[in-house]
Write a protein that binds this ligand. Structure first.
Ligand code: ADP
Ligand code: MG
Length: 260
């Protein structure tokens, strides 16, 4: 048996279709606890869909996804005609609570202060008292250098500050796995660095991280592994330095020539 919240992610031949469009075409992938993985690849290759499937935002059409050793969205049935049953919404919500997700567009709640944004899910999903949630939120805001902004509203913050709050909000749920979907793509160039610094810090703290990114410097210097996706498939996967210095696949080579 795998330990709960052990921070592993395991995909086996995952297929995802939208209508007749096969967006993930048999994706297999094993990520160990604390591993930091970059996913790179052209627009439309299925990177966001992959993250959304891992955190149960999308139902898959084939294969399986295990996070923390637990299958996302399904459970085995004893001797049933169908070997699996879909999880009830509240069971899926419990699984999803351990998987942090940070989006390109921050997605903070505009009518709530920074502190309220960070305490909401710990209070409603984890059942923390107001006092405990506040103490935890201030700690996580401190880790992204945003504790002084606890009473501000998102609209009064820069994009980089909003994204750091969004990261603190995800961390406040004490996730074992963190997913980032182009966390710096919506930022003005001068604000990219502050968010990258936070990601670098998280990478040293033992989180399992999957980061879809166009920041090739981050992928090469910080990530343990780089995965190149195209057309819904993993075309190449390997140690960051190897993939960047001597990509094996011709499609990876062509992509890197365009972006580097
Ligand atoms: P990437 O993040 O690599 O740019 P996406 O995962 O967003 O790629 O999209 C992969 C493909 O899936 C694209 O062809 C996109 O149009 C399609 N797609 C994504 N989400 C949906 C959806 N909700 N409905 C229909 N098609 C979708
Ligand atoms: Mg995307």
């Amino acid at each position: 048996m795998t330990q709960p919240n052990d921070g592993t992610v395991s995909l086996d031949k995952v297929v995802k279709r939208f209508g007749t469009n096969t967006v993930l075409d048999g994706v297999s992938l094993d990520i160990t606890k604390g591993e930091v993985v970059a996913i790179i690849g052209p627009s439309g290759s299925g990177k966001s869909t992959l993250l959304r499937c891992i955190n149960g935002l999308e139902k898959i059409d084939g294969g399986s996804i295990l996070v923390n050793g637990e299958e996302i969205g399904r459970r085995p049935t004893p001797n049933g005609r169908h070997p699996y049953a879909e999880l009830k919404p509240q069971e899926l919500a419990r699984q999803r609570a351990h998987i942090g997700m940070v989006f390109q567009s921050f997605n903070l709640f505009p009518s709530m202060t920074v502190l309220e944004n960070v305490t909401l899910a710990p209070r409603t999903v984890l059942g923390l008292s107001a006092e405990k949630a506040r103490a935890s939120a201030l700690e996580h805001l401190g880790a992204v250098a945003m504790a002084d902004f606890a009473d501000r509203y998102p609209r009064t913050l820069s994009g980089g500050q909003q994204q750091r709050v969004a990261i603190a909000r995800a961390l406040a749920m004490e996730p074992s796995v963190m997913l980032f979907d182009e966390p710096t793509s919506a930022l003005d160039p001068e604000l990219v660095g502050e968010v990258i610094r936070v990601l670098k810090d998280l990478a040293t703290r033992g989180f399992t991280m999957i980061v879809v990114t166009h920041e090739m410097g981050f992928a090469r210097d910080v990530c343990d592994r780089v995965i190149f996706m195209e057309g819904g498939e993993i075309v190449e996967s390997g140690a960051a330095r190897g993939v960047f210095t001597s990509p094996i696949n011709v499609r990876t080579q062509q992509f890197l020539q365009r972006v580097l």
